[in-house]
Design a protein around this ligand. Structure first.
Ligand code: SF4
Ligand code: SF4
Length: 349
């Protein structure tokens, strides 16, 4: 579905996520990237530095680099510190995403965060919840929260959330050890929707829809704006939960192709452009409109579950292929307005 005869502006990323390793100290059931202790795919230091240099050269709007995994601390603390130093030297912000396994005492957490802050670290994102707590104690999470606040680093705590989870944000908020830091303005609690990573669970018509994650039927703000790069160099169009479940979101490879060219080419994929302007739910809804025989879609799922379904269900995808061209004029107009608006916001940040 490539339409190169129309000239449209290119969205360039403001955030890039480096999936530095697929190895993790944990092995959470339903980890969206399938990470565990046995995985050994990892970027080496030179690949990370070269990739960062290419990102800065190719993406004029880039602001933030997210170091994630798996568990990015498995790269080694000194290497992580050097990478953050390099990001800082390039004039970018940096965020680490971690399960907190390394923060076994407050002293250790404080020393580590102080060192990374001095290298230029600007944000920490730590994950916890029912699955994570089987591998990493809540004490570690508390150590990181307190150490981050004392180092004046903003910290987001991403809590696995779904109807079946026991540990909830209020359990953390009520913990006496963080009470006096809650109003610091540096602690953000995010209820991260936790979806089944099962490759066989492709039904999106029969699920329990009691918890609707807000924005799930709206446009995808991650595609093109926040791509991820895998240890093998593959560039995924977004940082979404199911982004590694279908190859359609792989845009190219940073080791073999020019980043700017990859993005210029990708924007002409009309399905991705449509996900960018209206979100995957809207595409499924359109299919239902043009072919009433297709089953209705549950409105209570995660936006990335719609995306996976769209790309992996032959009935819906072939319907799209057949009818997408009728949407081109209105979507191109919408896309142009959106890119202009986002560019002007990016310039103000
Ligand atoms: S801690 Fe995070 S990366 Fe590691 S297995 Fe759990 S969800 Fe996956
Ligand atoms: S909706 Fe699709 S494109 Fe957007 S973040 Fe989710 S998987 Fe990625």
């Amino acid at each position: 579905m490539v339409k190169k005869s129309i000239n449209i502006p290119i969205v360039t990323p403001s955030t890039v996520g480096l999936i530095t390793t697929t190895q993790c100290t944990a092995a959470c059931k339903d980890c969206c990237f399938g990470c565990n202790q046995r995985n050994h795919e990892a970027m080496d230091y030179n690949m990370i530095i070269n990739t960062l240099d290419k990102v800065v050269k190719s993406f004029p709007d880039i602001k933030l680099i997210v170091l994630t995994g798996g568990e990015c601390f498995l790269l080694g603390e000194d290497i992580l510190a050097n990478i953050i130093r390099h990001i800082n030297k390039l004039g970018l912000k940096s965020r680490i995403v971690t399960n907190g396994f390394w923060a076994s005492s407050f002293k250790k957490a404080y020393k580590t965060i102080l060192n990374l802050r001095e290298c230029g670290l600007t944000e920490i994102n730590v994950s916890t919840g029912d699955e994570h707590l089987k591998w990493v104690s809540l004490d570690n999470i508390i150590n990181i929260i307190v150490a981050a606040v004392k180092n004046k680093i903003p910290i987001s705590i991403n809590i696995e959330s779904s109807v079946s989870k026991f540990f909830m944000s209020r359990d953390l908020l009520e913990d006496y050890r963080i009470q006096k830091f809650i109003d610091s303005g540096l602690i953000y609690i995010v209820n991260g929707h936790w979806v089944s990573a099962s490759k066989t669970d492709d039904s999106i018509t029969k699920r329990d829809s009691k918890h609707i994650s807000s924005g799930n039927t709206l446009r995808c703000t991650s595609i093109f704006s926040s791509p991820s790069i895998l240890p093998n160099g593959s560039i995924i169009a977004c940082c979404g939960l199911t982004s590694q479940d279908h190859e359609s979101l792989i845009l190219g490879n940073v080791l073999t192709s020019d980043l700017s060219c990859i993005f210029e080419k990708s924007i002409y994929d009309f399905i991705k452009l449509w996900i960018y302007t209206d979100g995957p739910y809207s595409l499924l809804e359109y299919c239902n409109k043009v072919d009433p025989h297709l089953p209705n879609i549950d409105k209570g799922l995660h936006i990335c579950e719609y995306c996976k379904f769209l790309y992996t269900n032959d009935d819906y995808f072939s319907t799209l292929k057949k009818y997408y061209r009728y949407k081109i004029p209105s979507l191109i107009g919408k896309y142009e307005i959106l890119t202009k608006r986002i560019k002007s916001i990016n310039q103000k940040i």
